[in-house]
Write a protein that binds this ligand. Structure first.
Ligand code: AMP
Length: 279
């Protein structure tokens, strides 16, 4: 695996590549969710590129940034094990001080997650756009777990680049808890509480099949209220078309699933998100 830290070097290296490239951006502390993205990436292009960068621009809370888990040495071993061909491990100062084109996530970046994390999506889009500019991947893979992020990258960035966006399903622990680098910050009790987020969503999914008119929000509010240490920030049922911009039809990207239920909750100080897609 080749590791490149400098922006000029990665730019000229990628320019010379005559292969179909797949790109998986990560913030490290790799888990099986990231690994699934790498495995999917292998199925698309014939040269797999990943990045390891904790993007400071996407943290609206400095404490969250300071606490974000860092396991660079372990991560590099995992990237190697999963046959990443090229790892971009940027020097933070170089990226942040470079001539960054700011990408505005617009109104779609101000709702739901964006409402609770002001500036978050502008920060995500600005860095992912930079990576797309210098790497020019043919394919880029993103998790459905970060649903709004996936949608915004698709609607705001794919018109600017010739990169095909590939969504990847959410990988979970046996308890149903969506894998997240932040799970490392939870103790066993907190993990059990956190697993209730998906338990509720899964139960709702089953109930929708029996009664399609069920009030999804009340159902979940009712389910979650039994768990005192689960502090719900929002439960939202949206039509995925709220993210359809630039004639990008999100439901096409998601196999015609056209509604999403999104939940954000805190367990202790740790903020978690999850969602399910429904037809
Ligand atoms: P992060 O390192 O948290 O920025 O995540 C890097 C990529 O992995 C993003 O596209 C995430 O959506 C994706 N991802 C994170 N958690 C999961 C998961 N549990 N299953 C699938 N993809 C995930």
């Amino acid at each position: 695996m080749k590791i490149i830290r400098s922006q000029n070097e990665i730019m000229s290296y990628c320019n010379e590549l005559k292969l179909k490239t797949s790109f998986v951006p990560t913030m490290g502390s790799l888990h099986d969710g990231h690994i699934r993205l790498l495995e999917e990436g292998k199925k698309y292009g014939n040269y797999l590129i990943s990045s390891l960068f904790i993007n400071p621009l996407q943290f609206n809370n400095q404490e969250d940034l300071a606490n974000y888990p860092k396991n660079y040495n372990e991560d590099i071993k995992i990237f190697e094990k999963y046959d990443v061909d090229l790892l971009y491990f940027p020097d933070e100062k170089e990226i942040i001080n470079s001539n960054l084109k700011k990408i505005n996530s617009g109104n779609q970046g101000k709702i739901l997650e964006g409402k609770h994390r002001p500036g978050h999506f502008d920060g995500v889009l600005t860095i992912v756009n930079k990576f797309f500019e210098i790497i020019k991947p043919n394919y880029a893979l993103f998790g459905i777990k970060d649903f709004q992020q996936l949608c915004l990258i698709y609607t705001k960035l794919s018109p600017l680049h010739s990169t095909t966006i590939i969504p990847v399903e959410t990988i979970r622990e046996p308890s149903g808890l969506a894998l997240s680098s932040r799970n490392k910050l939870l103790n066993d009790d907190q993990k059990l509480t956190a697993s209730k987020i998906y338990e509720g969503l899964k139960l709702l999914e089953k109930n929708i099949k029996e009664d399609p008119k069920i009030n999804c929000i009340s159902f979940l509010e009712n389910f979650y209220k039994d768990y005192n240490s689960l502090e719900i920030e929002y439960i939202s049922l949206e039509n995925t078309s709220i993210f359809d911009e630039n004639e990008r039809f999100i439901s096409k990207l998601l196999h015609n699933k056209n509604r999403v239920i999104m939940v954000a909750a805190k367990v202790g100080n740790i903020r978690l998100i999850d969602n399910i897609l429904i037809s």
